[in-house]
Design a protein around this ligand. Structure first.
Ligand SMILES: [Zn+2]
Length: 154
C-alpha cells in the first residue's frame, strides 16, 4: 500500500468508528510502515471481516488487520512456486494440473510416439494430445507388452 492508500484506509475506518484517529505523526508512520507490504484489496477485505465479526464494536487493531495476510511479495513468490514446467514436454502449467492429469498422460504420449513411428505412423505430440487419456492408455497397453504383462501379474 502507498501512503495515499493508507490515508484512505484510515478515512474508511473513521466512517465506521468516528472516535478512531491516528493523531500523531509517529502513529501514522507506524500505520504506513505496517501496511506498506500489503495489497490494499487484502487490507480492505480484513476490515470487512472485522466489521462482520463478533468484535465489530471494537476499533480494529493494526495487528488484526495484518494478521494472516500475505505481503505482496509473499503472494508473488507463492504464485511462482505453483507454476511448474513439465520436463517431458517443456510446457508450463500449474502444479495441481501437472500432478493430477498431466504427468501420466504426457508420459504415455512420449512413450507412444517412438512406438507408433516405428510402425510407420506419422504422429506428433499434438496429434496424440487430441485423444482422451483412456484411448491413449488403451493404445499403450496394446503396444507395450512389458507393461501389459506387469498389469497381468498384479
Ligand atoms: Zn508434459
Amino acid at each position: 500500500m502507498t501512503t495515499t492508500d493508507v490515508q484512505n484506509f484510515i478515512k474508511k475506518i473513521k466512517v465506521y468508528y468516528p472516535y478512531f484517529s491516528v493523531d500523531s505523526a509517529e502513529a501514522l508512520d507506524e500505520w504506513n510502515e505496517k501496511l506498506k507490504p500489503y495489497d490494499a484489496d487484502d487490507v480492505y477485505r480484513k476490515l470487512e471481516e472485522h466489521l462482520n465479526g463478533d468484535r465489530a464494536d471494537e476499533i480494529p487493531k493494526l495487528h488484526f488487520i495484518t494478521k494472516y495476510l500475505k505481503t505482496s511479495e509473499e503472494k508473488e513468490r507463492a504464485q511462482n512456486d505453483y507454476l511448474v514446467r513439465c520436463n517431458l514436454c517443456g510446457r508450463e502449467m500449474y502444479l495441481e494440473e501437472y500432478d493430477t492429469t498431466h504427468y501420466d498422460r504426457c508420459l504415455t504420449i512420449k512413450t507412444l510416439i517412438p512406438i507408433l513411428k516405428e510402425r510407420g505412423e506419422d504422429v506428433t505430440y499434438e496429434i496424440l494430445d487430441e485423444y482422451d487419456t483412456a484411448t491413449l492408455d488403451k493404445v499403450l497397453m496394446k503396444y507395450l507388452p512389458i507393461k501389459k504383462d506387469m498389469k497381468d501379474l498384479m
